[in-house]
Design a protein around this ligand. Sequence first.
Ligand SMILES: [Zn+2]
Ligand SMILES: [Zn+2]
Ligand SMILES: [Zn+2]
Length: 208
Amino acid sequence: MRGGHARRHENKQNEGSGQYLKEFRVEQCSLFLQHKCTQHRPYTCFHWHFLNQRRRRPIRRRDGTLNYSADTYCNKFDENTGICPDGDECPYLHRTAGDTERRYHLRYYKTGMCVHDTDSRGMCVKNGPHCAFAHGVEDVRPPVYDIRELQALELMDHEGLNGSGPNNLDKERNMVNDDPKWQGESLYPASHHFQEIKPFFIYLFFQS
Ligand SMILES: [Zn+2]
Ligand SMILES: [Zn+2]
Ligand SMILES: [Zn+2]
């Protein structure tokens, strides 16, 4: 069993990332139920043992919305029991053990580089075999945004406003350069960014 998990991590292609996005802590560990799981202490199992470790699979629906938020936590979720009265349909983020719903969300998983080193077995020296940050440039994946977030960003672009999020760079630039002529150019980086992630959307669309 241990070997199986290690192989999963070593597969650093998109397939490997996809496996974490789709499966990590989504299913209950059958070995744990039989008191045979060797990855309970310390808890490093790929599957959940207790309900508060259970993670819902993040999905981008056909209408472009994500099934649950990557940023807004649910205020009804019980962190001890792992139960939300709104169930799996709840549109908010559940604060599961290890904050796995956020870390392994389509919006965040491996979208940033890890600050820790990789050991000889290909594992993160700090976060172990399931590190949610990229180890090497080939390990980085583009974030998947909720269409409502993209629309809000586009709207801000058109209105020439600067908000938080991916536009932070523009905001900083504008702070040092108040020239109104220059501000018109701030449209460019954001729309360029949008075009970059579009093909990934199409890829996901055909996957579902
Ligand atoms: Zn287990
Ligand atoms: Zn909830
Ligand atoms: Zn790491």
